[in-house]
Write a protein of this length. Structure first.
Length: 257
């Protein structure tokens, strides 16, 4: 008998209605698909019923990947990677116009999303992200809980659809509700940021003291000439009071010295 591993954040989706709802968010027939963390293969099986052009599977758990490999070894359209999603060079291995699915481990879901956002080439090779998160994390991505993750996510992505998933749809049953989000990359961005790592730095700097006024942070990062470029900026505001556009502009000023 296989037991889920808490260290890998494993909660296996086993509700067929939810699985079909996830796959039906996008027409995947004859498309190149990537699945992150397939687990026991419930979503994998549904993907294959829709006859994709190819399926790339990335699974860290040796045992689970072997089981999937044994089950589908005759299917030449499937590529298997026994690797850590946070370490693998995903941008290199996926095909152009791929659709990425993932019932993501709760403990690293935001890190996985940021990895996808940080693709060096943009627009990226993927056309759609259909990912499951802890509801609390999903609300951060969607901006309902405003902060670093929503600012970074909304710089390069927009969401098309979302729905919640009950804990009872999983085994073992988690203590929290999940949310599936369908995201697509923005083809054009209004603010030119050379390196997303700089946006991460700026947002981290401000939100590490989210209850404090921004004045000290502004004076620490920027010179007087740069500060004067911020129009109608309230220096007594707190980080969560400022719109996401402020952080994009601040990153631009930071990169331009």
């Amino acid at each position: 008998m296989f037991y889920s591993k808490k260290s890998l954040g494993q909660n296996f989706l086993n509700d067929q209605n939810i699985i079909k709802k996830i796959i039906n968010l996008k027409n995947i027939k004859n498309k190149d698909i990537v699945e992150i963390g397939p687990g026991k293969g419930a979503i994998t099986e549904e993907i294959l019923k829709h006859h994709p052009n190819s399926l790339t599977i990335i699974e860290k758990d040796n045992y689970l990947l072997k089981k999937l490999n044994d089950k589908y070894k005759k299917n030449k359209s499937i590529s298997f990677y026994n690797d850590d999603i946070l370490k693998i060079d995903l941008e290199r291995i996926i095909k152009k116009k791929s659709i990425i699915f993932g019932n993501l481990p709760y403990n690293i879901s935001s890190q996985i999303l940021v990895k996808l956002i940080k693709f060096k080439k943009w627009p990226p090779k993927f056309t759609d992200l259909i990912l499951m998160f802890q509801k609390e994390v999903a609300e951060k991505i969607l901006g309902k809980s405003y902060g670093r993750l929503s600012i970074i996510a909304n710089y390069r992505l927009k969401h098309l659809n979302k729905f919640d998933v009950s804990p009872n749809c999983f085994f073992p049953v988690p203590k929290i509700t999940s949310t599936v989000i369908h995201l697509v990359p923005l083809r054009k961005v209004n603010y030119k940021i050379n390196d997303i790592k700089n946006l991460e730095y700026i947002t981290n700097l401000f939100f590490s003291s989210r209850r404090k006024m921004i004045k000290k942070k502004i004076n620490k990062i920027f010179d007087l000439n740069q500060i004067n470029k911020f129009k109608n900026l309230n220096f007594n505001a707190r980080p969560s009071d400022l719109k996401k556009e402020f952080y994009y502009q601040a990153t631009q000023f930071y990169e331009n010295g």
